[in-house]
Design a protein around this ligand. Structure first.
Ligand code: ATP
Length: 272
């Protein structure tokens, strides 16, 4: 596979937390290549290191967390490749939203409660792509429409929206500047089961329409079955298996993956 087809190449990543009981290794020597345009699921039970991996890549890891080793070579289109673990704060600010965006766990609370939805879109777009100023009145309703929301939502405040609507707004903000890579951490976990399917379908649609690469973190193998092209399984900080989602479901190579698959309620087993 050529360099251009790999949007993110993680090599030898080690992340630890120093605690008063010594160091907890949360990510252990992880190597992973994310292919351009794919939906890559990151699976694993709670505590396996999924969120630590995401925040380390996004440089949002807080003390006592520390990246001990490794690199994460990011290749945004039209820009030089950069090691996300080494770029300066200023370079990172330029990449955020326009090349790399993040939908954090529990992200619905990350909307500003005193600002209309349309203004929140406007802030992100104008800060990173001021040249789009004149297109905003057309762009914002189009982005909302892309996630199944009416243009009127732009005039609303977050408290007027349901959890699922807020999540869709955030997803639309994440893709507004057509980034190369979106990392979504447990995008459906806080939502009702019925809404979860709608959100997952919206994510698939956005990935197709905007051609972004999507890295979706979820402990729920049913989510990966519905969404992912490939799945990477983490166990105690290590990657134990990576492969085509159908192949992994049909013939898991690792006993831990088999157990994770068996924990899915039958209704979620779409890839079997
Ligand atoms: N601030 C912290 N201080 C100490 N240890 C931490 C801290 N945050 C995470 N850890 C440890 O790092 C390991 C990985 O945690 P992480 O949250 O990345 O896992 P996860 O798979 O994302 O789980 P979850 O889905 O529950 O967030 C766990 O052993 C956890 O206890």
């Amino acid at each position: 596979m050529s360099d251009d087809e790999i949007v993110l190449e993680i090599s030898g990543l080690e992340v630890g937390y120093s605690t008063n009981r010594g160091e907890v290794k949360a990510v252990r020597g992880l190597d992973l290549a994310v292919r351009r345009g794919e939906i890559l699921g990151i699976a694993g039970e709670s505590g396996s290191g999924k969120s630590t991996l995401a925040v380390a890549l996004l440089r949002l890891l807080k003390p006592p967390g520390k990246v001990m080793a490794g690199s994460a070579l990011f290749r945004p289109r039209g820009r030089s490749p950069v090691d996300l673990l080494k770029v300066s704060g200023e370079e990172l600010r330029v990449l955020r939203w326009s090349a790399l965006s993040y939908l954090p766990q529990g992200s619905m609370s990350s909307l500003n409660p005193v600002m209309r939805i349309g203004d929140q879109f406007r802030d992100v777009i104008l800060e990173h792509a001021p040249e789009r100023k004149d297109t905003l009145s057309e762009l914002i309703p189009r982005l909302l429409g892309q996630v199944g929301l009416e243009p009127a939502v732009a005039r609303m405040y977050p408290h007027e929206l349901s959890g699922g609507m807020k999540q869709r707004v955030l997803m639309a903000i994440c893709v507004a500047l057509e980034p190369d890579l979106v990392i979504a951490d447990e995008p459906t976990t806080a939502l009702d089961v019925t809404i979860q399917r709608v959100i997952l379908q919206s994510l698939v649609d956005l990935q197709r329409d905007f051609g972004v690469t999507l890295m979706v973190i979820s402990h729920d193998m049913g989510v990966h079955a519905q969404l992912a092209d490939r799945v990477a399984v983490m166990y105690e900080g290590s990657l134990v298996e990576v492969g085509d989602v159908r192949q992994v479901y049909k013939q898991p190579r690792h006993e831990y993956t088999r157990q994770l698959i068996e924990s899915i309620p039958l209704v979620g087993r779409r890839a079997s």
